[in-house]
Structure formats: C-alpha cells, structure tokens
Design a protein around this ligand. Structure first.
Ligand SMILES: Nc1nc2c(ncn2[C@@H]2O[C@H](COP(=O)(O)OP(=O)(O)OP(=O)(O)O)[C@@H](O)[C@H]2O)c(=O)[nH]1
Length: 304
C-alpha cells in the first residue's frame, strides 16, 4: 500500500492542493485520510465523498493510535484483495510528518504493508518565513520534506518569495521544490537573488495550545460577528494562527477561513445537514477559551 503524506503548517494550503489534484484526476482510486488539528472537520465539507476523517486529534501525537488503526484497517482490506493500493494522508497543520512516518515504520504490522511516497510539505509564500522564524514545528515540517510545494506565490512579493525559497533551500537542500497557485502547479517564478534568512535559535517552546472552539448560536447577528472577527484579527492577527469553520448566514453555509490576518474570499458550501455547522475553531497563542467566549458574548451577543 502506497502512502503519500501531505504536510505543512496551519493554513498553508494542504486542502486546496489536494482538492486540485482530486479535481484534476491525479488521485484517482486513492483513499484520502484527512487529519485536522481541531476535531471539527471542516475539510470534509471541501473534500466531500472521497475521504475519511481521522478522529482523535493530531496524528503525530494524541491521534497516533487512531491513525495507525485506520491504516491497519486499510492494509487489511488490501490484503483481502480490495483495491486499496494508494492512501493519501493529509496531516493536520500541527503535525510533524517525520513523526508520522516514524510511527508507521515503528508499527510491526504496517511496516510490512506500507511503501512511502516522497513526503510533500506545502509552504505558504505569504506566511512561511514568519512561521519559520518563530515556530520550531514549521522548521521540522520543512526538514521532513522530500518535496516542497510553495503555495500562494500569486499573493507574495517577488523579493519575499525569493528570500523564502533561499531559506527553504538552506534548511532542506535535498528536497525538490515547486510552486502552485490554488493547487495548480505553475512555472517557477523568475525571482531576484536573495540570501537565506538567518533564522534565530528558538527555545524548546511548547506546542501551540489546543484549538479552541466557539459555538455561534443560530440567529447570531452576522454583521456583528464579522465586525468582531475583523477587530480580533486586526488586534491579534499575529497570534491568531488559524480560524476555520462553517457558519450559517442569510446567504447560506459560509466557509469562514483566515490565516493570520488574511481572510479567505467567502465561499458558500452546498446545503447538508452537517452537524458541525456554527462551530468555529480558533488556533493561536496568548488567549484562552474563556477570554474568547467572553469577548464573543460581549461584542457579538451583547451580554456581559
Ligand atoms: N492566494 C492564494 N490563497 C490560497 C492558495 N492556496 C490556498 N489558499 C488559501 O489559503 C487558505 C488556507 O488554505 P487550506 O487549503 O485550507 O489550508 P490547509 O493547509 O489545508 O489548512 P489547515 O488544514 O487548517 O491546516 C484558504 O483561505 C485558501 O483559499 C493560493 O495558492 N493562493
């Protein structure tokens, strides 16, 4: 069973890349496993029908057993003659793909069933350098890659992109590198010469706090919610690494996504009876669930 591990930091563009490959027919026949940092699967709305969500949290730590169990089940199906020859695992943005590979290799049964494809790690052209400066995990992800895919080069300045690329080459000279825009590979941009960033030594800091979940009650004033979220991003955008959720608005089921201060163009999703609607996940440092809820109640609901 071939296993493709797709990694990359929170919001780097993993799902967008995968969606494009599925759409282009490059993943035909593959079983797609999606592991999200928060146990609120939004990506299932995006990759509908072709995947399974891995429960239990990040597959390289607290969700490891669930990930191994899912792969063992697939390996079992393969050995009974089912067509499960290719599995793609989209890791959570908080996962170290190297640790996932090690976990699979350390499993006495799976090690005989799984053949690894080169590990692909997507890197955000807009935020990648900031992540490499401050997050040890982002560096570990880059170091684990055989293939580095730089996403969002449409939105980055050539000088910044050149510096990111030089830094990636310095961190992982062996990985091959390509560029995509919304998942589609583009010709390597013509970039000015740049020095790699002199990355600071980082203290062995703890991982990002667990994702926080905010339930948006039905009937919430959508305008007040948007204003509150914009103000929050304006004030705390550097700490707020990722916001993601599906909210019911007068216009329909709206996919809400931000990566730091960048807010995605609104995307209306098809109607389903999805149970996870109106739960928005926040991942970041410097605030906690209570503060978030208090702020939401005060400024959106008008309580407290
Ligand atoms: N401008 C631009 N935006 C992109 C590109 N690729 C992805 N995005 C946007 O970046 C945001 C995050 O993309 P996702 O594909 O959801 O990222 P992810 O890595 O799967 O996110 P997590 O699973 O939460 O870690 C979304 O708003 C995308 O629309 C790109 O090439 N260009």
């Amino acid at each position: 069973m071939r296993l493709t591990i797709l990694g990359g930091y929170l919001g780097a563009g993993k799902t967008t890349w995968l969606r494009h490959q599925i759409h282009a027919g490059d993943m035909a026949g593959a079983v797609i496993l999606v592991n999200e940092a928060a146990q609120t699967p939004v990506d299932d709305a995006l990759l509908k029908g072709v995947f399974r969500t891995l429960p239990g949290g990040c597959a390289c730590c607290e969700g490891r057993e669930d990930m191994l169990a899912a792969l063992s089940e697939l390996a079992d199906l393969a050995s009974r003659g089912e067509d499960v020859s290719h599995v793609v695992l989209e890791t959570s943005g908080l996962a170290d793909p190297g640790a996932i590979m090690a976990a699979v290799q350390g499993d006495p049964v799976l090690v005989h069933h799984v053949r690894f494809d080169p590990i692909r790690v997507v890197v955000d052209a807009l935020h990648g350098l900031a992540q490499l400066r401050s997050e040890p995990l982002a560096r570990r992800q880059v170091a684990a890659a055989d293939l580095l895919t730089v996403t969002k080069s449409d939105a980055a300045q050539p000088g910044d992109l050149a510096r990111l690329v030089a830094t990636l080459r310095a961190l992982n000279p062996h990985a091959s590198l390509n560029f995509t825009v919304r998942g589609e590979e583009i010709a390597p941009p013509d970039l000015p010469w740049a020095e790699p960033e002199d990355l600071p030594r980082l203290p062995e800091e703890g991982p990002l706090p667990a994702p926080m979940r905010l339930t948006v009650p039905p009937g919430t004033d959508w305008t007040a919610f948007s204003v509150w979220l914009s103000a929050l991003l304006h004030a705390r955008g550097d700490d707020l690494v990722r916001v993601k959720g599906v909210v019911r608005t007068p216009a329909g089921r709206l996919l809400l996504q931000t990566v730091r201060r960048v807010v995605q163009q609104p995307e209306i999703l098809p109607e389903t009876s999805a149970a996870q609607d109106n739960v928005v996940v926040f991942i970041g440092r410097g605030f906690d669930q209570k503060t978030l809820e208090r702020s939401f109640s005060r400024y959106v609901i008008g309580e407290g």
